[in-house]
Design a protein around this ligand. Sequence first.
Ligand code: GDP
Ligand code: MG
Length: 440
Amino acid sequence: LSERLSGIFDKLTRRGALSEADVTEAMREVRRALIEADVALDVVRSFTDKVRSRAVGADVIRSVTPGQMVVKIVHDQLVEMLGSEAEPIDLNAPAPVPIMMVGLQGSGKTTTSAKIARRLTQQQKRKVLMASLDVRRPAAQEQLRVLGEQNGIDTLPIVAGQSPTAIATRALQAARLGGYDVVILDTAGRTHIDEPLMIEMAEIKAIAKPHEILLVADSLTGQDAVNLARSFDERVGITGIVLTRADGDGRGGAALSMRAVTGKPIKLLGTGEKSDALEDFHPGRVANRILGMGDIVSLVEKAAQNIDMEQAAKAAEKMRKGIFDLDDLADQFRQMEKIGGMQGMLGMMPGVGKIKKQIEGANLGDGMMKRQIAIISSMTKEERRNPDILKASRKKRIAAGSGTKVEEVNRLLKMHRQMADMMKAMGKQKGGGFLGKMMG
Ligand code: GDP
Ligand code: MG
């Protein structure tokens, strides 16, 4: 039944839907863009499959081509997959909160350690201690010490000959005794993933019990990104990802690959060699860069906005005249559906207590919105303009057409009557009442 209802709904609102052929055509372009951006091949495949099923049958906004519409859908899906909101570093644990940095050699762990320490110190007024556990590269500990000095961050005094786990133990102790809020453990990498590295990381983790384990990876990492992220996540267990060299020429496909295989958030971007070159991760920006089609995305967004504005202007004009027919009611339902349902909407509107009760009485929960739209959709144009002509036989026809009951049709009409009266009253007020003001 609900399928039939939404079928009716679709037919009436659709300006033209994306066909299988539209989507296949546009997907070829999208696939190429993703591969050029160095997204791992299996991720490209599973991603495009997912989007394809979502795109076929979707409505095309007026003044936009089907191909452009597909790109917008792909973009939105990309943003969703990358993680719609920026996730900060989590310090919600007893101090000193241990943060462990892991990754391959040269990925930017040491540089990023200093960047994060600097940010936590300056922006969040935390007292941070940094410790280098890199005993492999001769100058590694000295590198971190110098960065600390340059940025006014304390580093654990260097003691020659200690193992990484011994340094970790000492760092935690020093952080506790020194009253530090955060202790950042910078580890050694390898040029590639190997067993000794994973064992070393697991040992450090067991001792330090880090609250955050951040995988630091070069955003230019290509097809290796999947293997890299999966290995570190499976063997060590990461809590987030930092992508460095986002200032480079790459299009950052690694972001999608790593997020897709681990499901762990990308928390920060490194955007340069200096210690202040650290930015929050903005999925929208990164999605544009990966897709390389930001202009199309903004075109479609603009077209959608124009249509919303046209509709709002029309509604405001009618309201000024005190007109509120069933087409307007259907529009309201659709808008409400968009912005989080009836209950949320009514909660924001003053002076609608009576109607709110009416709606609750009509069991008009959020899932019921489509049902109401279906009832209105089963009416003729004339009936929607002038509901007074709706007598018993017409109501019966409408109920049958929308798969509902005559009582439901009656409840809807009663609600419409009340809203129309309210609109009329507000239309008479100077300035058009609060809705008039709201809609410009
Ligand atoms: P580690 O081996 O993982 O500790 O890597 P390092 O922190 O020593 O960084 C290796 C090189 O990459 C250094 O020359 C850094 O200056 C450089 N680097 C690190 N992060 C970035 C970044 O976000 N952008 C750019 N352009 N260079 C970076
Ligand atoms: Mg290092």
